[in-house]
Design a protein around this ligand. Structure first.
Ligand code: NAD
Ligand code: GLY
Length: 379
């Protein structure tokens, strides 16, 4: 859907302290600027973006809330935004809707220097990013993530994609943004269920590489659910530091970056298996990570008490810890499409103790079958 530019709304400077995390990628390095009000701080925007035109991609839900103030701040920084508003939700992360973005870019004669700005959650970020990666073979890209999940994970690192009906994020490209503005004030309007979904990815960083963070998270999950600004700022910053470090070390996922996929092979199978948009991505990652922990325990790599801790963390974050019921053959079929598969072998991110993730296809298949049978029994 193509809409007329919105009426200008109020402009404010960042309402509190900001923090910057750098993604170090040589001449493609970029800042993640975190703080309340950064998405409407025209002076800040003006120091990071050139005056001119920009295409802005958002969703119906986010656009109704934030398109006017963000466009007004861009205008004050000398940037005329031409917005395109997409239908909301994972079920629209597909070719047909992506093509409406290209229709918009061509209608507005966007050229190789016209940046694409994503204003939304991970769905909008992934789609706008893929459009930016492919439009005229690649144009500048800016992320303004509006969900916790997008602020702690999807807006950073340059993975962009749309779904195939039989596989999550199957069609995409690596294309780094040049700027990420993580405005934590935007989380004030996020529905509780979406806030919890974002916490799944926050917990993930602790499980794969930071037990100190995990120890901080466990008692602070109630504060995070209550949107305590200091707790949220810490969780977003620490998560972005982890993501930035991993991406800088392994941008194209040759090894280390795969560990960010803890729980995702199971989780993507859930999202595709039950139908896109039924389970939120973070919910599927939570239940998928419990399965990864249970399988790690079956292999003797994780203690039962650690599996209990994993379940407890997700439960405290109001996330599901039981996967939906699916026959084992369906699980294996869906997991067989995972992007980590090599020569037909399903490779999984597993835990060799909390804080230590490994990616391997070298496991006893009986352990996976038993894990899936267990899931079918609970689900
Ligand atoms: P989402 O983009 O669907 O947003 C969730 C919902 O919240 C939507 O209905 C949206 O309109 C609404 N919303 C967004 N911001 C809001 C706000 N501030 N106030 C009120 N409502 C708001 O979902 P998500 O969880 O942000 O992202 C999930 C997607 O991200 C999945 O497609 C997943 O595959 C992808 N992802 C990508 C990466 C990556 O590295 N590229 C990493 C993790 C996840
Ligand atoms: N969210 C996983 C990654 O960016 O690699």
């Amino acid at each position: 859907m193509i809409v007329a530019p919105p009426r200008p709304g109020p402009r404010t400077a960042a309402a509190g302290p900001t923090e910057t995390v750098e993604v170090a990628l040589a001449d493609r390095s970029y800042p993640i600027i975190i703080g309340r009000g950064v998405s409407t701080d025209s002076a800040l925007i003006g120091t990071h973006m050139k005056p001119g035109r920009a295409a802005l991609v958002t969703s119906e839900v986010v656009g109704a809330l934030y398109l006017a103030p963000v466009c007004a701040a861009l205008a004050a920084a000398g940037i005329e935004a031409v917005p395109v508003v997409l239908p909301d939700g994972e079920q629209h992360k597909n070719w047909q809707i992506l093509n409406t973005v290209f229709d918009h870019l061509i209608a507005h004669r966007c050229d190789r220097r016209t940046p694409v700005i994503a204003l939304g959650g991970g769905v909008i970020g992934d789609m706008a990013g893929f459009a930016a990666a492919t439009w005229q073979r690649g144009v500048p890209f800016v992320q303004i993530p509006t969900t916790l999940l997008a602020q702690v994970d999807s807006s950073v690192g340059g993975k962009t994609a749309i779904n195939h009906p039989q596989g999550k994020n199957m069609i995409g490209a690596f294309h780094q943004p040049g700027l990420v503005l993580a405005d934590t004030a935007l989380l004030d309007t996020l529905p509780d269920r979406e806030l919890s979904a974002g916490l799944a990815e926050v917990i993930k960083y602790g499980l794969i590489r930071d037990t100190v963070f995990l120890d901080w998270l466990e008692p602070n999950l109630p504060k995070l659910l209550a949107r305590d600004p200091a707790a949220l700022a810490h969780a977003v910053r620490r998560s972005c530091e982890h993501k930035a470090e991993v991406v800088a070390a392994d941008e194209r996922e040759a090894g280390l970056r795969e560990t960010l996929n803890l729980g995702h092979t199971f989780g993507h199978a859930i999202e595709t298996g039950v139908g896109y948009g039924q389970w939120l991505h973070g919910e599927a990652v939570a239940a998928g990570t419990v399965l990864a922990a249970e399988m790690s325990a079956r292999l003797g790599w994780l203690s039962e008490s650690d599996v209990g801790r994993v379940r407890r963390l997700f439960s405290l974050a109001q996330l599901p810890v039981e996967a939906p019921a699916m026959p084992a053959a369906r699980w294996l079929d869906l997991m067989g499409h995972d992007k980590k598969v090599r020569s037909g072998r399903i490779r999984l991110v597993l835990l060799q103790g909390l804080g230590n993730a490994v990616t391997t296809g070298d496991y006893d298949p009986a352990a996976l079958e038993a894990t899936l049978a267990g899931a079918a029994a609970h689900g």
